[in-house]
Design a protein around this ligand. Sequence first.
Ligand SMILES: Nc1ncnc2c1ncn2[C@@H]1O[C@H](COP(=O)(O)OP(=O)(O)O)[C@@H](O)[C@H]1O
Ligand SMILES: [Mg+2]
Length: 289
Amino acid sequence: MSDATQVLPAVHDELPPPPPSAAPSRPEAVVQPGRLEAEAVSAWFGQRKVLDRVSIDLPAGQVTALIGPSGCGKSTFLRILNRMHELVPGAALAGEVRLDGEDIYDPERRLTDARRAIGMVFQKPNPFPAMSIQDNVLAGLSLVGSKLKRSERQDLVEESLTRAGLWVEVRDRLRQPGSALSGGQQQRLCIARSLAVRPRVLLMDEPCSALDPTSTRVVEETIREIGSQVTIVIVTHNMQQAARVSDRCAFFLAAHGAPGVIVEQGPTDVIFDNPQDSRTADYVNGRFG
Ligand SMILES: Nc1ncnc2c1ncn2[C@@H]1O[C@H](COP(=O)(O)OP(=O)(O)O)[C@@H](O)[C@H]1O
Ligand SMILES: [Mg+2]
């Protein structure tokens, strides 16, 4: 965090009670979706400010779409939500991000706690190509230090692939390499890999932009199916997709040379049918960007 963080007053008035303390080393059977709140988040790359005081509430068990033209800071914002931004050399940030009321940047908290609770699926499907399908699903567990018995691993593979909508297609070839799958299947495998860690929030950065329309629709169905069990934040360039999958939308925009801001946010039907800001109306109707 940059020094600017320190000057922002923390808001502790209306926070819900903290969740039960630290998860054990094994994923729990039931994990509730988490509520994420970003408050006055700003971001810099070197001297250049790319986000200015972005505040948003990402309600538990809902799908929120981040929309807006290229370069307005959507991916940067997503990386801030699970502490990946701080890995970029020269990157700084200010503001606060809370998961169920707890500051994920609290120096007392470990980085792996945030990563475990807040998963990420990237634009390009990135399974480990030589690793088997089942080992891909389990690959995130070792990173968070979880050790499971063989039968528990098998159950978790089936459960995660089922939740990701891929089980029926791969159940007979779990030992084949991840690279044997189609692009859309690979992306669902990556979703299964994220779900196996039992995150409370799943961040998705244009998860369908490398997929054909049929695979896109299958991934969208997957998002709708898991969206009530895990809070989802999805960046998408595709307005139809935002309208199909999201409960809420936030419209990001960066004026020429200025950092990105949220122009408008709210329920998806309001953003599409009755936006308050003319720039939102222009964007969702395809008049720019
Ligand atoms: N690693 C980086 N180093 C320097 N500038 C970056 C880096 N990543 C992104 N930027 C800049 O930050 C701004 C926001 O980028 P990004 O978050 O990727 O926007 P979006 O996802 O909305 O297209 C852009 O101007 C981009 O060039
Ligand atoms: Mg991006």
